[in-house]
Design a binder for this molecule. Structure first.
Ligand SMILES: NC(=O)c1ccc[n+]([C@@H]2O[C@H](COP(=O)([O-])OP(=O)(O)OC[C@H]3O[C@@H](n4cnc5c(N)ncnc54)[C@H](O)[C@@H]3O)[C@@H](O)[C@H]2O)c1
Ligand SMILES: O=C(O)C[C@H](O)C(=O)O
Ligand SMILES: [Mn+2]
Length: 540
């Protein structure tokens, strides 16, 4: 490798930390200022520079610059200041980065851009991007359902990049072994189609057979180019996300984060909440608001858990109510998705079925004990709704899952205040603690980022041949007991500050489950050791 190439390769570049001997050996002498810095000195220097940026997006762009120059420095910085920097590299700031992708573009970020108009180049692109590296993990999006902000076409690439950053920062996934990918199948976002700075294919989204043929080809090419890869799907649209997962989950080692990752974090949060309230899951009434990809994925996870706790499928189903645009979902509706159908109710169960077209009416009729928002509809959990829940249950569980911040169903402060401290709250975006009546309530962040890194680490460490419901259930349960729920105001989920620690716990549970089920692709004698061995640390 030529000296200049080394300085331009973020996976090899150490910048001013190259030693005198390395500079001689690699031909870098004279190509850097003479002073040799330690990694800690570099971290302090860039952290200082970061503080001079005043907006979240400016900070994000500065951090991306470090990411594009020096991965070890980037990850060391990120790990050291994780609680402060995670919201800048990931949710919520990443939502702004996606929306401004064309305007802010300077570098492709090591990602792969696969165009539906040029499927024959797919393998060559993957090989060129990998450049001889063994790729063990791919995060792919087609940008149709980015967070709650919708269709952002090729701009969605930031989500693939950002999700992989969290894998490395939280669980130590080796950044040399990952590849972020965006599938550019067009966009139906007219604002982008009209934007001269849009960098993707300027065409309507391809749908139907041609779309699925492209996905099939993608899966085949990825699997043959990178055998044993763990394939993570992110932010696909509602009509495709579950269909793709259903098609592939029994064929390859694969995962849909919005469906399964979100299921894990919500189940873990509900179990945490129930350990605070001292109640049982099997007596809860569950209301999903926004029954799309995440909403139905989460409902299914809780439904499976109710069965694991002893209910029959039919008994468990009686505990679920789904609300979408139409209001409460009934089985006579023509436009239900397959995932919604599984939970649709009968009109005959209600005396006022025709009136159940909004959340207020449904909450009054159903009297839910758990309300989970995955609607992308801001401020839809109103004071009236919270008070209505409180009238029927002593400690309602209310999770406002929608991202980014501007789309959250409620702020934590409102939920705590309106419920007089009774609601057991979690939110998808980070939220500050809330003090009410002398008690400070910590707010758990129910974001799949708090769990999927450990899940992926476990899958890679075990070389798992499949990722199934049992492993997902074990991942959720492994978080039990991590939070001291007897503390007044305790959060229902463990804090971001401890995220690296509990990813190991999750990974260990996943490896053990793979082993127990005969799904480990390698011989394992020491589960904990296998997890640690697979963790990369940012050091020179
Ligand atoms: N916290 C997390 O970890 C996490 C994970 C995944 C998704 N999410 C969030 O959940 C939201 C939805 O994501 P998704 O991928 O499921 O999207 P999706 O488009 O698949 O689902 C959204 C659903 O909300 C419904 N909806 C829209 N307007 C509505 C209204 N007024 N009333 C009721 N329902 C309405 C839509 O019809 C759709 O079914 C996003 O904001 C996303 O950021 C959070
Ligand atoms: O990306 C996130 O913050 C969580 C989730 O995957 C989402 O789509 O909102
Ligand atoms: Mn997502």
């Amino acid at each position: 490798m030529k000296a200049q190439e080394i300085l331009q390769d973020p996976l090899r570049n150490k910048g001013t930390a190259f030693t005198v001997a390395e500079r001689h050996e690699l031909g870098l002498t004279g190509l850097l200022p003479p002073k040799v810095q330690t990694l800690d000195e570099q971290v302090a220097q860039v952290y200082g520079q970061l503080q001079t940026r005043t907006t979240a997006i400016a900070k994000h762009l500065f951090l991306m610059q470090i990411f594009n120059q020096n991965r070890i420095l980037f990850y060391r910085l990120l790990r050291q200041y994780l609680v402060e920097l995670l919201p800048l590299v990931y949710t919520p700031t990443i939502g702004d980065a996606v929306e401004q992708y064309g305007q802010q573009f300077v570098e492709p970020g090591g990602a792969v851009y696969l165009s539906i108009n040029d499927p024959d180049s797919m393998q060559a692109s993957l090989i060129a991007a990998a450049a001889g590296r063994e790729i063990k993990m791919v995060v792919v999006t087609d940008g149709e359902g980015v967070l709650g902000i919708g269709d952002w076409g090729v701009n969605g690439v930031d989500i693939s990049i950002g999700k992989l950053m969290v894998y490395t920062a939280a669980a130590g996934i080796d950044p040399r072994q990952v590849l972020p990918i965006v599938l550019d199948v067009g966009t139906d976002n007219q604002q982008l189609l009209d934007d001269p700075l849009y960098l993707g294919n300027r065409q309507k989204r391809v749908r139907g057979e041609a779309y699925h043929a492209f996905i099939d080809q993608f899966v085949e090419v990825v699997e043959t180019t990178f055998p044993n890869v763990f394939l993570h799907w992110e932010d696909f649209g509602r009509e495709n996300a579950a269909a793709i997962l259903n098609q592939y989950q029994n064929q390859i080692t694969t995962f849909n984060d919005d469906i399964q990752g979100t299921g894990i974090v919500v189940l873990a949060g509900i179990l945490g909440a129930l350990s605070i309230s001292g109640e049982k899951l099997t007596t809860q009434r569950y209301l999903c608001f926004g029954a799309g990809t995440a909403g139905t994925g989460v409902a299914r996870r809780i439904f499976l858990e109710m069965q694991a706790q002893g209910l029959s499928a039919e008994e468990a189903r009686q505990h679920f109510y789904l609300v979408d645009r139409q209001g409460l979902l009934f089985d006579d509706m023509a436009d239900l998705t397959p995932e919604q159908k599984a939970f649709a109710r009968k009109r005959s169960e209600f005396t006022n079925a025709a009136a159940l077209t909004d959340l207020v009416a449904v909450v009054a009729a159903v009297q839910p004990t758990i309300l989970v928002g995955t609607s992308g509809q801001p401020h839809s959990f109103t004071e009236e709704i919270v008070k209505s829940m409180c009238a029927h249950t002593p400690r309602p569980i209310i999770f406002a899952m929608s991202n980014p911040t501007k789309l959250s169903e409620a702020t934590a402060a409102d939920l705590i205040n309106w419920s007089a401290g009774k609601a057991l709250v979690a939110t998808g975006v980070p939220q500050a603690p809330v003090t009410y009546n002398g008690v400070t309530y910590e707010i758990g962040q129910a974001n799949n980022a708090l769990v999927y890194p450990g899940l992926g680490l476990g899958v890679i460490a075990a070389q798992a041949t499949r990722l199934n419901d049992e492993m997902i259930s074990q991942a959720a349960h492994s978080l039990g007991g991590i939070v001291d729920t007897s503390q007044p105001g305790a959060a229902v989920l463990p804090p971001v500050a401890r995220v690296t620690e509990y990813q190991k716990t999750i990974a260990t549970a996943v490896v053990q489950s793979a082993l127990d089920q005969g799904l480990a692709g390698r011989k394992i004698t020491d589960v904990a050791a296998v997890v640690t061995e697979n963790q990369w640390l940012p050091e020179y």
